[in-house]
Design a protein around this ligand. Structure first.
Ligand code: FES
Length: 169
């Protein structure tokens, strides 16, 4: 038996109660909110520390029929907020609110062949409190290439920043 002690309270609900937990990765679980704070049919975004505790990651959590699904909140296309997308509850697919890219909320993968994917995370409820494992169950990947104009712009910004950095030395 282990205890969840290494979680971040996102300023909503919950405190540092002792919780019994039988998961070996308990130290990577982060507290999100009470289950009342994420009712059926709703989604929310959270910011939690990554598994190493070195940076914050943005995640989207969905409550579908009292099951909780969690993926990255950042769309692979241009970073659109997936928690604010349109959810097909039957297929468990979220459509990004910005330009319509789609991801499974179960594993973060595109529902079609060859699409980009986002990280997905395991959730867990202990005594009416919702936790997420900061270690992704699936790591998202970018497979589509940006348009040439976009790549050129990205490269020129990178060059500019490199020059700026050197000038400051
Ligand atoms: S940012 Fe998500 S589809 Fe463009």
């Amino acid at each position: 038996m282990k205890r969840i002690i290494d979680y971040k309270d996102n300023n909503v609900g919950g405190g540092a109660d002792d919780h019994n937990n039988d998961n070996n990765n308990s130290s990577t679980f982060r507290y999100l909110c009470t289950i009342k704070e994420l009712p059926v049919g709703k989604s929310r975004q959270f910011s939690v520390r990554n598994a190493k505790g070195t940076k914050e990651i943005q995640i989207a959590v969905f409550n579908v029929d009292s099951k909780y699904y969690c993926i990255s909140n950042k769309c692979q296309h241009q970073g659109g907020p997936l928690s604010k997308g349109i959810l097909d509850e039957e297929k468990k697919v979220i459509t990004c609110p910005w330009h319509g890219w789609k991801y499974s909320i179960i594993n973060g993968k595109a529902p079609h062949k060859g699409g980009d994917s986002v990280d997905s995370y395991e959730t867990k409820i202990i005594k009416d409190k919702l936790y997420v494992n900061a270690i992704p169950t699936n790591i998202g990947s970018r497979v589509t290439q940006p348009h040439k104009e976009y790549s050129d712009l990205e490269n020129s910004v990178r060059d500019y920043l490199n020059h700026m950095e050197k000038d400051l030395l």
